[in-house]
Design a protein around this ligand. Structure first.
Ligand SMILES: Cc1cc2nc3c(=O)[nH]c(=O)nc-3n(C[C@H](O)[C@H](O)[C@H](O)COP(=O)(O)O)c2cc1C
Length: 196
């Protein structure tokens, strides 16, 4: 078997949900870097308040078929310590079709608070519980990384800050670079996935 046949780059699909734009920005950057398809997850009724109250009516049909991809890169925010319902709904609906999933979030909780009640670490545990071995990685890019160093604890500013080309620099850009290069390095080896 030739090298090219044995090792092939993973075919990835980026799926995202975003209310205020940060996770859309992140998802678009990932798709651009990996040169892969991207599609928004669209709730039938896009009403965050209802979602947080547990009222959900499902997602609209996707244009892409997740079964046709080696890896799904799922990107979205965290609300009230939850793996938000549009993303959870997607995972449950396509659990059989998903071969591998990477969960990425631009969230409010920083690395040092990840294991607190509203921290992203607890959401990562939920994602891993749902997906088991299919979840190959969870990665947070806390919005605080895109804020001035002396304002990282400013909750009001945090809620007003959204990722854009102007603030995507310094630590967040460096961490992102490492993240995408590592994703890029993953290969499909004889039908199963493996790191570079
Ligand atoms: C109602 C609400 C609840 C939130 N709860 C959390 C939380 O529990 N943990 C966290 O890390 N971030 C939390 N956040 C922050 C969001 O995850 C963060 O602002 C995210 O970047 C928004 O993504 P978007 O711009 O793609 O919509 C919350 C934001 C809102 C609006």
């Amino acid at each position: 078997m030739s090298f090219a046949k044995k090792f092939t780059t993973m075919k990835s699909l980026v799926l995202y949900y975003s209310q205020k734009g940060s996770n859309r920005y992140l998802a678009e950057r990932i798709s651009r870097e990996l040169k892969c398809d991207i599609e928004p997850i669209q709730p039938i009724i896009d009403a965050p308040l209802l979602m947080m109250m547990g009222l959900y009516f499902g997602n609209k049909k996707l244009k892409h078929n997740p079964a046709n991809f080696d890896r799904i890169i799922l990107c979205g925010p965290i609300w009230t310590g939850q793996f938000i319902v549009p993303l959870r709904w997607f995972v449950k609906r396509y659990l059989n079709e998903i071969k591998q999933l990477v969960f990425v979030t631009c969230c409010g909780s920083g690395y040092e608070k990840k294991d607190e009640k509203f921290g992203h670490g607890l959401v990562f545990n939920k994602v891993r519980e749902l997906l088991g071995a299919k979840c190959s990685r969870c990665q947070a890019f806390p919005i605080g990384l895109a804020m001035p160093v002396n304002k990282k604890e400013d909750g009001e500013l945090m809620m007003k800050t959204h990722l854009n080309d102007g603030n995507f620099k310094g630590e967040i850009a460096e961490r992102f670079e490492v993240f995408v290069r590592e994703l890029e390095g993953s290969r499909v080896v004889n039908g199963s996935t493996a790191p570079a």
